[in-house]
Design a protein around this ligand. Sequence first.
Ligand SMILES: Nc1ncnc2c1ncn2[C@@H]1O[C@H](COP(=O)(O)OP(=O)(O)OP(=O)(O)O)[C@@H](O)[C@H]1O
Ligand SMILES: [Mg+2]
Length: 315
Amino acid sequence: MMTDIAIRTIDLTKRFDDLIAVDHLNFEVYKGEIFGFIGANGAGKTTTIRILTTLLAPTEGSAEINEHDIKKAPQKVRDNIVLVQQNPYALDWFLNVEQNISTFVRFYNYSMPKRHVKDITKQIMLDFDIYELRKKKVITLSGGTQRRIMVARAFACSRPIIFLDEPTIGLDAYVKQLTWNYIKRKSHDEGSTIFLTSHDLNEIEQLCDRVAIIDHGRIIMIDKPSNIVSLTGEKIVTISYEGNINVNQLIHDKKAIFISNKDNKITLGTDDVDHLISEISCLQKYGLKILSIQNSSPTLEDIFIKLVKEGKNIE
Ligand SMILES: Nc1ncnc2c1ncn2[C@@H]1O[C@H](COP(=O)(O)OP(=O)(O)OP(=O)(O)O)[C@@H](O)[C@H]1O
Ligand SMILES: [Mg+2]
């Protein structure tokens, strides 16, 4: 029976000696979904991806990719996926751009006629604006261009599930936009499932249907980006001021969380805006000049920073 689940993990766990990098993960990703997987450095994102793509064995638990068990049917799993790794050394640096893409496409589609591989390679180079560079050896290209080739060649392989581990790191705004459009196209037009990690939370908010937040190997939240932002009940308060502001005094009563303080603007998170504004107003007695106070809904990035700062688990 066909299901609508592309990725399922069951108590998936990975230990490296004493460290539990991935700790009993249980989640499902639906077919055709763009699924964001976010967390601080070292939270366990790449380790999870390496297990799901059969590069690393789990210590405990299991996972299924289009219903194929990663341990019992690894080749079936590989037939369903393509991966853009976080690490850039996956390219062959002494082949040119065209050869890097065409060998990758041929590797993933071993029975495809050569002519067809050539056409696909040409089209993806045009789509990602690297056709002019096709005869250049990869070693001679900039880091961002190498990244662009890694992303482009993965999209050139027709696989139902695409794992992207920080695909847009180091890409300029134009290429980022190209990549975002391609991700949307793959998901919405072709029904591909996208599993995406990124530290650009604006990107995650823009692209993803659902997001999981992982912290110390455990999922602490999983929902639509808009729900994560509104469920926490947080508001963001931005205060423009002149003079010196005592941040500790502002957050002393723990009704506010410090987010940032730059260019004479301090940003705090709070679930009690009225209380915070009255506290801030009191500071004027001590010589602080407040120019404006604005409150707004937080972005996913604001919530993420707050969760990481608090080290708080919300389940
Ligand atoms: N092969 C390994 N041996 C020992 N520890 C490892 C190994 N691979 C990863 N780790 C550890 O597991 C934890 C999770 O690492 P992982 O690479 O999954 O993090 P990440 O969420 O991808 O982080 P980043 O955002 O920096 O890419 C880290 O503490 C890391 O040091
Ligand atoms: Mg990583």
